[in-house]
Ligand binder design. Structure first.
Ligand SMILES: [Ca+2]
Ligand SMILES: [Ca+2]
Ligand SMILES: [Ca+2]
Ligand SMILES: [Ca+2]
Length: 449
């Protein structure tokens, strides 16, 4: 399928290998974790004689060539039990380990000391074989999945590629990072370490900054379309990272409609988008997405909007943005406002927490105004059986976080605790909880347990 790009805007940029020695103008650290094996994981590898009876084998995987596996072996040069101090690396992936050129002294890293060796692999990607540098380190390790302690290893802080591209008539350094550590530089997607990343030195200060402010941010997931200074681009590296194509693009848009929404984060396999809503509507690049994050802005007259934010971790709502018809999402209101209580550790306090849930049972964080003019902060109200207020709790009451309240000695009998919160403009229902106090202490009822 031809890319929807503007004519005459195509830049083909030769990229240079950078970070040979691990130096980098960015803050990202990638890592391929190498699991230990008792035997070589590749057939027909020509191995040297090991001094240890228990050499540890690793199968690093890089590139997209026919043989993507690089065999690594750590050995104890003084013999079994003397400690692992040598690594053999089939860096040129000819499936022969040459003890003259492919053997290196190492020290195991420990909790307090980090020791690594910069190594070079010849990685084949996109039909080209080129050097790929990374820090090899080995360390004793165990966890729940690997209960027997063994020497694990990692390849970190790999080399990357840099070039110069033009955006809006200005030239900027641009880098592509193999953040998912597979030896290829063209993995589209929005997952920070699950895919690759592009960095553009927009302020030309020589470094790449990762900033929330989209007008200044210099760090972008590798995606189908990237927005820079209000223009859309299609930026694609070759698999080996040695060439980059930058083209101005005209992605096709549709409309997403979510009542009361203010911001939403959507993700597809090739695109991450942050939508800013105006009157419950936002433009989005066509495609099938899952909803990662949603923020409602509830307008409070004479005050700043009340914001409700939720993150979808599983069962993410699907959003299909198509041409012509708005994608309507029924999500959020009516909200349920409830509370949870638990006895405090000394019996004289009550742990309380307000929670707000939406129609799909998603939980919301509540953000009052950032500066002053806020609607009333969340609170709790305690009423007696005649519905008369006997206490109100204001201090430290936050939605989604528990707080302690000293139960007054005078409280004796049955009461109901209500969450007090105002969600302007939307439908919501608050539910109180019945409690019983005996001279300032919570009576725990077995029936509920
Ligand atoms: Ca191999
Ligand atoms: Ca070799
Ligand atoms: Ca990659
Ligand atoms: Ca910069």
């Amino acid at each position: 399928m031809p890319l929807p790009v503007l004519a005459d805007s195509v830049q083909t940029i030769p990229m240079k290998l950078a970070g040979h020695e691990g130096e980098k103008a960015h803050g990202f650290s990638n890592n391929q974790w190498l699991l230990p094996h008792d035997t070589c994981q590749e057939a027909d590898v020509n191995l040297p004689r090991f001094a240890s009876e228990k050499p540890v084998f690793y199968a690093a995987k890089y590139g997209d060539g026919e043989d993507q596996v690089f065999t690594f072996v750590v050995d104890e040069s003084g013999g079994t039990g003397t400690g692992y101090d040598v690594v053999y690396i089939d860096g040129n992936n000819d499936n022969r380990i040459d003890p003259e050129t492919e053997q290196f002294k190492i020290k195991l890293s420990t909790r307090t000391t980090h020791s690594s060796k910069r190594i070079r692999l010849m990685v084949t990607a996109g039909g080209n074989t080129s050097p790929y540098f990374a820090d090899f380190s080995a360390f004793l390790y165990h966890d729940r999945n690997h209960p027997v302690e063994n020497v694990h290893a990692g390849l970190r802080d790999s080399s990357y590629y840099e070039g110069v591209a033009e955006f809006g008539g200005k030239r900027h350094k641009i880098a592509v990072l193999d953040l998912n550590s597979n030896g290829r530089f063209n993995d589209f997607g929005a997952e920070l370490y699950g895919n690759d990343r592009m960095l553009i030195d927009r302020n030309n200060d020589g470094t790449y900054s990762h900033l929330d402010d989209l007008r200044k941010n210099e760090s972008f997931p590798s995606m189908r379309f990237t927005k820079i200074d209000d223009r859309w681009y299609s930026i694609a590296a070759t698999a080996d990272g040695a060439q980059l194509t930058v083209e101005e693009a005209q992605p096709a848009f549709g409309i997403v409609q979510i009542p009361f929404a203010r911001r939403a984060k959507l993700r597809s396999p090739t695109q991450l988008q942050v939508l800013d809503f105006v009157d419950s509507k936002a433009e989005a690049i066509l495609g099938k997405y899952e909803l990662l994050e949603l923020e409602f802005g509830l307008p409070a007259p004479g005050a700043e909007d009340v914001r409700l934010v939720t993150w979808f971790r599983d069962q993410r709502p699907q959003v299909n943005v198509i041409r012509g018809t708005p994608a309507n999402l029924e999500i959020g209101p009516p909200f349920q406002v409830g509370i949870e209580i638990a006895p405090g550790s000394n019996g004289q306090t009550l742990e309380t927490a307000i929670h707000i849930t939406g129609r799909n049972n998603e939980h919301y964080h509540y953000r009052g105004a950032e500066s002053g003019h806020s609607v009333a902060a969340p609170a709790l109200l305690v009423v007696d059986e005649q519905q008369r207020p006997v206490a109100s709790i204001h201090e430290h009451v936050e939605v989604g976080r528990s707080s302690s309240w000293w139960i007054p000695q005078s409280l004796d009998g049955k009461f109901r605790i209500w969450p007090i919160i105002h969600l302007p403009g939307v439908e919501y229902k608050a539910t109180g909880l019945e409690v019983e106090f005996r001279r300032g202490k919570l009576v725990e009822r077995d029936a509920e347990r």
